[in-house]
Structures are given as C-alpha cells and as structure tokens.
Design a protein around this ligand. Structure first.
Ligand code: NAI
Length: 564
C-alpha cells in the first residue's frame, strides 16, 4: 500500500519551488519545511531560520484565533488559514473540534454567506453562472484539481434559516466540505464546492454595490430545470465517479431534482436524506433505552412538512424492516399540522400526507375542539404516545401540560423538539428535563447548554447532520459505491445509533460528542459500504477489507516530506 507521503506527492506531481510553493495551500508547510526541503526547493531566506513542527504552529495559530473578538472574524481567520496552509488549518480544527466546528459551519457560516461579497478574499470552488451555461463543461475543466471525490453544490436559494443569498451561498459548500475532510477524512484536494449562480431575489444583495454574483433575478420554471440538467450532464461527463451532494435548495426544487437524478449518478440531498438519517439515529438509540422495539411505539409528529414527512417515512421503512406491514406501519403515526390531526376526513392533504391520515373510524369519540381541529393536546390526551417529534417551526408548542401528560403515561418519553433556530424549538431542553423529572430522552434541533438537574449535569444531543454526511462521503469513496440508496441511509442511521453513548449510560446523550465523530464516521462508512454491496451498487468486499479501505481513505492532517 502507498504511504501517505507518496500519495500526497502523487496528487501534486509538479511540486513548485520558492514563493510558488509557499502560496500553494495544499503543499505549504510554512515554518515546518525541513532544512533539506528548504535547500531543494529554494526556500532559504524566504522563511525564518527556526524549523518548527506542526504542534508549535498550532499553538501560534490558536493564539491568533483567540485574539479575534467576534465569530465572523474567527471564521475569516480560519478561512484565510485554509487558503494558505490546509494541513495546519485541519490540524488546528481537529485539536479544537468542538470550539471551531461552529465557526467554519453552522451557525457562523450563515453570517459568512450574508457577508460573502464583503469578506471575499481568494478563489475557492467554482462559480457556475447562468450566462456561462453553454460552457458548463469548460468551467468544470477549470477546476483546481483533476481528481474529485465529493462535490457539494448549492444554488444559494434556501441557505440555512436565512433564505436566498445568491452567489454568497458558496460559503455553505465550502464549510460543509471542510467537515467532509475534518470528520470523514476526505482528502481536501479531492473536494469541490460549487455554486450555481442563477441570480437572486434578495433585494439587499441585488442592491449591494459589492455583490459578487450575477446581478439578476432568479431564473425559474423550465429555464431553471434545463440549467440544472445541463449541470448534471456536465458532471456526468467530466467527473463521472464523483459524489454530488445537493445543498440548501428550496423545497420545490430539492425533491424533484433528487428524484430525477438519484438513479443516474452517485448523488444525495443532505437536507432531505441526511437530516432524516440523523434524527432516525437518535430515535433508534432512544428506543433501545426504552427496551421496547420500534414496532411498539406510538409516534406523534408535530409538523407534517418536508422534514416531518421525511423522518416519518424513514421510521416506517425501519418498521417494515422489523416485519410490520405497509398498512400497519401507518397506524403508528399521529401527525399534526397547522390545521390539526391528519385524518381521512381532511381534503387538504398532499399525497405524501395522505399516507399518515388516521381513518375517521379510529377517532370515534374524539371531539374536535372549538375551531374544528384536533390539536396536539387532544392527541396526547387520547393516546399513550411514546415518541413526540417537533418539526413545526412553532417555538414553545410542547407546553408543560402536554409534556406532563405524556410523561404521566410512559416511563421514558422520547421527546425531540427539532425545529430551528433556537427560538423555533418546540421546547427547551431545560424545560423537558425538569417537567419529566429527567425521565425524558431528549434530542434537539438547536444546541442547548447542559441542563443542571439535582446533582447532575445532563448533556442533550443535538441532531446535527454532521454525524451523517461526512460518513456518507467516506463510505462511498472507500466502497466504490455507484449510487446512494435509501437502505444505505437507514444503515447509516443504525450505525450511528449503535455508537450512542446512552447505550452504556442511560443518562448520557443520545448522540456521540463531536470529539468522537471521526471514529464513528469510519464505522458508519463501513455500514454504508456493506449495505451498498447488498443493494448491488458497490463491488464485493469482505467487511474486514472494507474496514481497512475506510481507514486507509481517512486522511489525517500531517505534513508530508517533499522529496527532491
Ligand atoms: P415546512 O414548512 O415544510 O413544514 C412545517 C410544518 O409545520 C407544516 O406541516 C405546517 O403545517 C406545520 N405547522 C406550522 N405551524 C403549525 C402550528 N401552529 N401547529 C402545528 N403545525 C404547524 O418546514 P420543514 O422544512 O419541514 O421544517 C420544519 C422545521 O424543522 C424547521 O424549523 C426546520 O429548521 C426544522 N428542521 C430541523 C432539522 C434538524 O435536523 N434539526 C432538519 C430539517 C428541518
């Protein structure tokens, strides 16, 4: 097997000299170039004489980071380091993963996207602007590195909770790919962030004299879908083996794009599939703690939009895997949206929602409330709910009476207020722990500080996609998968659940700490690869062989020796 050093050099066959080497972000070692490298590469005099190791460099970089006095400045500092010395950037991040992950990705990346045109420094990734649509393949050929494992692409329309950011949305693929490398170990030079610059309807961006994107309202309708199609065909031609991850597309575009292309290339949508997988992972681990199987659960979903339906669909697939029939699987769900419980008497349901409509025969004796709808409190009052999941955007909707009523009937209620941002959370972690005397198994969408309860300090898991997408990248790279199936996402959720700290300590969080994500990602990657084989979309390998391939594929930030 090739050593890491040889691999790195073969990624860059023409290692430059002098200043060209010092400004090459992937090869620059700055003060860590050895005497020999300095002699061979014409670096003497360009660097201070003391040769440092990476640990010493990390100390200095961390000091500089600490001097920044706001989060955006910290983000800018880290991005600048990434653009000048990638190995040091990743090593610094790895050493301070809990502190710095929020600076390169959510939540601070939201500000970075809003300010993208103002904080722009150096090129990274590709801008594919609508006026250049007929040169799409040429643009892709201009990519900085020939070999690409993972592409993250956005059209900037639905960036986190801050809406349309136009070309500034590129900040998201850049941040996300940093985590593919940091956690999944995808080689940094084999990642490619892309923004499809199809205009923006954000008046603030359009009126900003410094806006760097195509100053035009968004293209839409058939023109939009034709452009997406041109892009996908160009990716298939230029980078046929790369994994294409769709990121932060508006809901009316996200699902049709995924449905259209998921059988044509190696592709997935993290907002739809990754989100569902991480929530399922947390639910599976909570269910294990209760000692009852998934098919014994009665699940109340508050919010029946794209996220709610996505999580419910995943749970139903998992139930079917436990031998529950399609028809019976539906009976486990009680879905409530802004017009109340979904039932067969309602005429306003979409085809995806009709699946979850309770037959009216099951509701005999249920009286609708004054406004004619059956609300969350009515459902919790009538049934013995074991799981309550909020994906409604309604802050505080899990009121004390509702939570206490649920906890009165079940020993360990599973309660997940998953809406973001924090003000939209259906309940706070603190309230849920106190209202249930710490019996509730809680995971949240937004981060909450540990809850102090009696003598204990209870940490609550945050359902963060970071547990899933880097592992998917690693899994498909190592296994050689050609497609990403629903079963692979389910396998990822199960492997995440198998690594839950709560399995060893019933008061521990439902999901692992960030400091453990690299190890967990490797295990999830193996599960994904094995499932890909079962689904016939990856070549056969034994589990041991796949495990070794996963470990070999997981890049760690350390300097390579540059040979003459
Ligand atoms: P959506 O707009 O598609 O769906 C919202 C749903 O909530 C709809 O069914 C709507 O009828 C329902 N709703 C609104 N007001 C309500 C009320 N007063 N009572 C009952 N139901 C009500 O939105 P989407 O994309 O499904 O996202 C929902 C929330 O989930 C957002 O806050 C989003 O940030 C969050 N989310 C969290 C994730 C996580 O991993 N933590 C992942 C994805 C979404």
């Amino acid at each position: 097997m090739a050593t890491k050093q040889q691999v790195t050099c073969s990624s860059f066959p023409d290692v430059p000299r002098g200043m060209d080497l010092l400004v090459h972000p992937a090869l620059n070692k700055a003060t860590a170039f050895t005497e020999e490298e300095r002699s061979n590469r014409g670096l003497h005099g360009l660097l201070p004489p003391h040769v440092e190791n990476i640990e010493e460099q990390v100390v200095r970089a961390y000091e500089a980071y600490k001097r920044k006095d706001d989060d955006l400045e910290r983000h800018i500092y880290l991005r600048a380091l990434q653009d000048t010395n990638e190995v040091l950037f990743y090593r610094l991040l790895l050493d301070h993963i809990e502190e710095m992950t929020p600076m390169v990705y959510t939540p601070v990346v939201a500000q970075a996207c809003q300010q993208f045109s103002h904080i722009y420094r150096r090129p990274r990734g590709l801008f594919i602007s609508y006026p250049l649509r007929d040169s799409m393949s040429k643009l892709l050929r201009n990519r900085p590195n020939a070999y690409v494992d993972i592409i993250v692409v956005t059209d900037g329309e639905r960036i986190l909770g801050i809406g349309d950011q136009g070309a500034g949305g590129l900040g998201i693929p850049i941040g996300k790919l940093s985590l593919y490398t940091l956690i999944g170990g995808i080689r940094p030079e084999r990642t490619l962030p892309i923004v499809l610059d199809v205009g923006t309807n954000n008046a603030e961006r359009l009126n900003d004299p410094e806006y760097i994107g195509w100053r035009h309202e968004r293209i839409s309708g058939q023109e939009y879908f034709d452009f997406i199609d041109q892009f996908v065909q160009a990716v298939k031609e230029e980078l046929p083996g790369a994994c294409l991850q769709w990121e932060d597309f508006a809901t009316p575009h996200a699902r049709p794009i995924l449905q259209r292309y998921r059988d044509q290339l190696l592709t997935f949508n993290d907002d739809i599939q990754g989100t569902s997988a991480v929530a399922l992972g947390a639910i599976f681990s909570a269910v294990k703690v209760t000692g009852r199987s998934l098919k014994d659960q009665r699940i109340v979903m508050f919010g029946a939009g794209s996220a709610g339906i996505g999580v419910a669909d995943g749970l139903r697939e998992a139930m079917k895997g436990e031998g529950v029939s399609e028809q019976d699987s539906r009976r486990h769900f009680w879905m409530v949206d802004k017009d109340g419980l979904l039932h067969s008497g309602r005429k306003d349901l979409t085809p995806e929602q009709i699946v979850y409509a309770q037959p009216e025969s099951r509701l005999s004796g249920w009286l609708p409330t004054a406004n004619g709808r059956i609300g969350l409190a009515d459902v919790i009052g009538k049934i013995e709910a074991t799981i309550l999941i909020g994906l409604s955007t309604v802050g505080g909707a899990f009121a004390e009476t509702i939570v206490r009523e649920m906890a009165r009937k079940v020993q360990r209620p599973i309660i997940f207020p998953l809406s973001n941002p924090t003000v939209n959370s259906e309940a706070t972690a603190d309230d849920l722990i106190h209202w249930t005397d710490a019996r509730a198994l809680v995971a949240t969408g937004s981060p909450f500080a540990p809850v102090s309860f009696g003598e204990r300090n209870i940490s609550v898991a945050q359902c963060n996609n970071v547990f899933i997408f880097p592992a998917i990248g690693l899994g498909v790279v190592a296994s050689g998968a050609r497609r990403i199936t629903d079963n692979m996402m389910l396998a990822a959720a199960r492997a995440l659940a198998a690594n839950s700290p709560v399995l060893k300590d019933s008061s521990a969080p439902l999901l692992p700490p960030l400091t453990d994500t690299r190890r967990v990602a490797a295990q999830i990657a193996v599960a994904i690869g094995m499932q890909a084989q079962k689904d016939g979309v990856a070549p056969w390998l034994s589990e041991d062989e796949l495990g070794q391939k996963v470990l070999a594929a997981q890049w760690t930030p350390s300097y390579s020796l540059i040979t003459p």
